[in-house]
Ligand binder design. Structure first.
Ligand code: BMA
Length: 316
């Protein structure tokens, strides 16, 4: 029988961390962080949130053959705020990428920072050079969204994170027949009073389809006298009824520890936003923003992640 997997031993930092930071950028940047991730042909692309020196963000692609080393950063941004989209006026942030098999396109859900608050927009692409914009999916304030890669009972699913007036925020799931009109809204993962994720929770990487269900890698926030701490937890959703949470980590599985996570522009932040599961090696690569300034990779064996979640069947 497999031995019990300790939460803190699940993930390992890549020795090359941080793999990207503003010093590697071909133009001036204050931060390069919170990337979406995808495999395109035989390369990994990171769609990186780049914060310019004016404090506004846009998206630029970086490419690597093995998804770990030798990153080539495009010389120009691929998604800048569009004048035709007023909701993008204060920048584009935190993209999540999903391959939509039915559409045969990548769907990029990103935060459009509108003057009346952040909301979630959708664009599609095949090559991370040309994009088609579909505009806002949900009104402000809402963030941290990704589509499910396939329809469930005939409907597309969107996991997202509306923010309440109180500042608290929980993860929700909504459904749509056409990627445009959204309904069937349900609370999915609430923040847990008293816990490490008591203030806010938000989707990290897009949901990953596993034999046990949809794996969610999420961030949880607690405010302390020294400021907010962003840590990482796991949850498993039912495969065919993804509004049902099958298990959730009682403890965090990854937290700021290294200087680039404890420092940076916003100290004490690890913010997963992309993940790639190499099914040949069973390795899960999680790409995360560190301190709102740089990018790190955390790796885990998917078998260990699934074992851990099978042992934590508490749903909420
Ligand atoms: C969240 C988002 C993220 C950011 C995090 C920590 O609200 O804005 O982009 O990484 O805060 O500052």
């Amino acid at each position: 029988m497999k031995s019990r997997v300790a939460a803190h031993g699940l993930f390992h930092r890549h020795p090359g961390n941080p793999i990207l930071d503003p010093s590697r950028w071909p133009y001036p940047a204050a931060g390069s962080f919170n990337p979406g991730a995808a495999r395109v042909g035989d390369q990994t692309v990171l769609l990186v949130r780049v914060e310019d020196l004016g404090g506004y963000s846009h998206l630029t692609a970086a490419w690597s053959d093995d998804g770990l080393t030798d990153w080539q950063v495009d010389t120009h941004p691929c998604l800048l705020p569009s004048e035709q989209h007023e909701e993008e006026r204060w920048g584009l942030e935190d993209p999540r990428i999903v391959w939509l098999e039915e559409e045969r396109k990548f769907a990029v859900t990103y935060v459009s920072y509108s003057p009346s608050g952040p909301l979630v927009s959708l664009a599609t692409t095949l090559d991370f050079r040309a994009f088609e914009r579909f505009g806002p999916l949900v009104p402000p304030e809402d963030k941290d969204a990704a589509l499910l890669p396939r329809r469930i009972q005939g409907l597309y699913g969107l996991i997202h994170r509306p923010i309440m007036h109180s500042g608290e925020a929980h993860v929700w799931i909504s459904f749509s027949p056409d990627l445009q009109f959204w309904g069937k809204h349900r609370l999915l993962l609430p923040s847990r009073p008293g816990s490490w994720d008591e203030l806010r929770v938000g989707l990290g990487a897009p949901p990953i389809e596993t034999p046990d269900g949809w794996l969610l890698i999420y961030h949880g926030v607690r405010t302390t006298s020294a400021g907010a701490i962003y840590r990482v937890g796991l949850a498993m959703l039912d495969l065919e009824e993804p509004w049902q949470v099958r298990s959730r980590s009682p403890e965090w599985v990854f937290a700021p520890e290294e200087p680039y996570e404890l420092g940076g522009n916003v100290p004490g932040v690890v913010f997963p936003s992309g993940a790639i599961w190499n099914q040949a090696t069973d390795e899960l690569l999680v790409y995360y923003g560190a301190g709102d300034r740089s990018i790190g990779i955390a790796t885990a064996d998917m078998a260990d992640v699934l074992t851990y979640l099978r042992e934590h069947t508490q749903a909420r």
